[in-house]
Design a protein around this ligand. Structure first.
Ligand SMILES: [Zn+2]
Length: 249
């Protein structure tokens, strides 16, 4: 039976001579893969509608239990044009889509797939509106980590519960008091630095505007969240290396 779903294109991989495989996120079925036959041919009518970091309406024959399908037609629903015209924004969007890809399992047994879809859609919309990419990514990653139960604890020392915090450790998964930080050889941070990190973690995408109103730079906080994700979800997100390199000069 033909069905059409809105899908955020996460990744595109060349396959055989003229085909591509795309990995997408949907509200209804979580992560799915599609073979787009002939998408690398000049005449392909679908090629323009399966670009990563866009949303397309995809028509296919859904079969329960399957996670890979043949794509019939794809039509762009939201191109997020502005973010594709800016190097930093497009790198940020790629990092968000890659995060969604590696943090999602294929298949409809997946929980929270509608929440994950909405978070990524909001993230791409914010980038398209040229909001601060560091803070948008912080908000996106924090909300994803919350779904996975690996959000860092930024209310108290994660080891002893002391409310007098002086450091942050990605490995420990949150703030540390001065004594615990010394024992673990973790460098101390200023109260202002810790406050900014707490804000980056707590704001999420939902309270982006309040966090942005501080006018702070959130690049270090983004690196902290990426470290937590890598250490606790055990994943490497290559697009973040590229994104970070854009700031290293
Ligand atoms: Zn402590």
């Amino acid at each position: 039976m033909n069905e059409t779903v809105a899908a955020i294109i996460l990744k595109q991989t060349d396959y055989r001579e003229a085909d591509v495989i795309i990995s997408v996120l949907t509200k209804e079925y979580g992560k799915l893969s599609f073979v787009a036959s002939g998408a690398r041919k000049m005449k392909s009518k679908n090629a323009g509608s399966i670009m990563p970091c866009t949303i397309a309406d995809i028509q296919f024959d859904h079969k329960p239990g399957k996670t890979m399908f043949r794509l019939k037609t794809a039509r762009t629903r939201n191109l997020f044009r502005a973010l594709h015209e800016d190097l930093v924004l497009s790198a940020a969007a790629s990092a968000a889509c890659e995060s969604a890809d590696v943090l999602s399992l294929a298949g409809e047994e997946e929980e929270n797939s509608d929440e994950k879809y909405e978070l990524l859609e909001t993230c791409l919309s914010y980038l398209n509106e040229k909001k601060d990419p560091d803070l948008v990514l912080c908000g996106y990653l924090a909300e994803m980590m919350d779904l996975f139960g690996i959000l860092p604890d930024v209310d108290e020392c994660v080891r002893c519960g002391s409310l007098k915090v002086s450091a942050f450790s990605a490995r420990e998964g949150g703030f540390l008091c001065q004594d615990c930080a010394r024992q673990l050889d973790v460098p101390l941070r200023s109260p202002l630095d810790l406050k900014r990190l707490r804000l980056a973690v707590k704001a999420g995408l939902a309270h982006y505007d309040a966090a942005a109103a501080t006018g702070e730079n959130f690049h270090r906080e983004l690196r902290d969240l990426i470290s937590v994700l890598q250490l606790h979800a055990g994943i490497e997100i290559r697009a973040f290396s590229f994104y970070n390199r854009l700031f290293d000069h």
